[in-house]
Design a protein around this ligand. Structure first.
Ligand code: HEC
Length: 109
């Protein structure tokens, strides 16, 4: 009886630490990494009317809507832009980082 309970506690501990490791791995993706693996497909070229990487259109959109609104639109999708740019395993924070990365790049120009 005790043995079973102990095994259960150990098994639970393993599951919890695995989940924590998966979270840590996800948190490691930077805005640049998300942009280069997902967003670049459209925002790199400006396909389908997407604001192009490095273009001042980003600065204008940020001025008009604010970062918070842009991130919200990127998460839920807008017109030709699919939710999260199609990156179903991207967290909201990773999307925010990618939006910030594209805005920062536009401001540097
Ligand atoms: C399949 C093509 C595609 C991909 C991939 C894509 N986007 Fe977009 N995105 C668009 C298009 C098209 C628009 C312009 C929508 C409009 O305003 O009509 C857009 C607009 C946006 C906007 C502006 C929204 C607004 O309210 O003005 C943000 C922010 C954005 N994308 C973020 C991202 C991020 C972050 C990624 C990567 C995770 C990404 N996009 C990937 C096509 C794409």
């Amino acid at each position: 009886m005790m043995r079973k309970a102990l095994l259960l506690v150990i098994a639970l501990g393993i599951v919890v630490s695995m989940a924590a490791a998966a979270d840590a791995a996800k948190a490691a993706r930077t805005g640049k990494q998300v942009y280069e693996s997902v967003c670049i497909a459209c925002h790199g070229t400006g396909a389908a009317g997407a604001p192009k990487f490095g273009d001042t259109a980003w600065v204008e959109r940020e001025k008009k809507e604010g970062l918070k609104e842009l991130v919200k639109d990127a998460i839920k999708g807008e017109r030709a832009m699919p939710p999260k740019g199609g990156c179903t395993d991207c967290s909201d924070n990773e999307i925010r980082a990618a939006v910030q990365y594209m805005i920062d790049a536009a401001k540097k120009k």
